[in-house]
Design a protein around this ligand. Structure first.
Ligand code: FAD
Length: 374
């Protein structure tokens, strides 16, 4: 078929590559350079984890994605996925129903070797944390972080080499696109093209901070791997110091209401909250200079699950968005998933990602996400 994709973030680029690999003619349009500076996919790092509470769907998808990241690394000039391992640590003992407990239990049942840690083990192994601030949890050596912007750069060049036609233009009217199939991968902007999605795909601002520690040696990957610090309650997660001496800390919580086009300013309260969290849990960073901050915008669905489905009334139209702050890690599997659902190939996750405007209540699809009903 002749397929047009709107949006060159990780959803659009991986879908373009996969559909081209399946022999379709593919054109991809983005509203600006790819990677686009305002795109969710454009950042220095994204967490890659298989830890998804009690959810077997995301856990299985993440396991396959992890293998995909390792394959991509083997194929790329330099590794863009850094398997530092991940820690999910809690301020109180792990409890049934809690993110850390359920992730630990499910991953152990699936045969993953995890290292349970108590307060002493945490203090010894990860000296950046205030002793006693985190008292239980585990280290999972599988997982880490990906250089997201660099990944999009790599994949778009592969897409062009594979014969995907790429254009930088803003698509204003889907009706004008002459294609047998149109796939809207416009992230949080999708409702601008399809107003019927406005109550289902909601933009939510999330603060991201880049800090420059005075003593980077405390934050190297072996002593400070990717972490979630009581993430399902505080929302805080972060990364080891990178090659530029930066420690990124962000929040995977309820976020801040934004409109799609307004200036993206990090609310002052978010910085105060960060400083308070650091003073309590990672004191060495409590007064570290913030060298960059940005408000990145999630394309949030009501249940936190992705939205990958055919339009119920426009048969040549598919929408693939709704990353809800947790889709980048699945990049190696996103292309095949979107291609299958777009082409009507039966897929076990079709129900989870279906067209579902009926949802009213905000619920938490990603067990690691702080705030909102479980
Ligand atoms: C602060 C933050 C932290 C995150 N951390 C993680 C993490 O650690 N791990 C993880 O797995 N996920 C994480 N995510 C989520 C992940 O980044 C997203 O789910 C994913 O990148 C979404 O990709 P996308 O392609 O849907 O959207 P985007 O990357 O936003 O791409 C959409 C593209 O569509 C283009 N576009 C929009 N409208 C038009 C139009 N009319 N015409 C042409 N082009 C158009 C835009 O220019 C843009 O390039 C995070 C997200 C944020 C915001």
């Amino acid at each position: 078929m002749n397929i047009t994709i709107v949006g060159g973030g990780i959803f659009g680029v991986t879908a373009a590559l996969e559909l081209r690999r399946r022999g379709h003619g593919v054109s991809l349009f983005d509203d600006g350079p790819i990677p686009h500076p305002l795109a969710e996919s454009t950042d220095i790092s994204k967490v890659v984890r298989i830890d998804y509470g009690a959810d077997p769907d995301y856990t299985a998808l993440a396991e396959r994605s992890l293998d995909g990241w390792r394959r991509w690394n083997a194929r790329w000039r330099r590794p863009l996925f850094h398997e530092t391992g991940v820690t999910f640590l809690a301020r109180t003992p792990m409890q049934p129903g809690g993110f850390e407990h359920e992730s630990y239990a499910l991953l152990a049942r699936r045969g993953h070797a995890l290292e349970r840690m108590d307060a002493d083990a945490i203090a010894q192994r990860f000296p950046a944390y205030r002793p006693g601030a985190l008292v239980d949890g585990y280290f999972n050596r599988e997982g880490g972080w990906a250089e997201s912007r660099a990944v999009v750069v790599e994949l778009i060049s592969e897409a062009i080499a594979a014969g995907v036609a790429v254009g930088t233009t803003r698509v204003e009217d889907l009706e004008l696109l002459r294609a047998e199939l149109v796939i809207v991968c416009a992230g949080a902007w999708a409702p601008r093209l399809l107003p019927e999605l406005a109550t289902s795909i909601v933009p939510v601002g999330q603060p991201v901070f880049h800090l420059r520690p005075r003593d980077p040696s405390l934050y190297t990957a072996d002593r400070f791997p990717v972490f979630g610090a009581d993430i399902a309650t505080t929302g805080y997660y972060g990364f080891p110091v990178n090659a530029d001496g930066i420690v990124k800390i962000a929040n995977h919580g309820t976020g801040h209401p934004v409109t799609r086009d307004e200036q993206r300013v990090v609310p002052a309260a978010a910085e105060d909250e960060l400083r308070a969290f650091l003073a309590d849990v990672i004191p060495g960073l409590a007064d570290a200079p913030i060298v960059d901050r940005r408000l990145c915008v999630y394309a949030d669905t009501r249940d936190g699950h992705f939205w990958i489905a055919r339009h119920p009334h426009r048969t040549n139209l598919v929408v693939a968005t709704g990353g809800s702050g947790h889709a980048f890690k699945f990049a190696p599997e996103l292309g095949p998933l979107i291609a299958d659902l777009a082409l009507g190939v039966p897929h076990p996750l079709a129900g989870k990602f279906r067209w579902r405007p009926e949802l009213a209540e905000q619920t938490r699809g990603d067990a690691a996400r702080a705030g909102g009903a479980a």
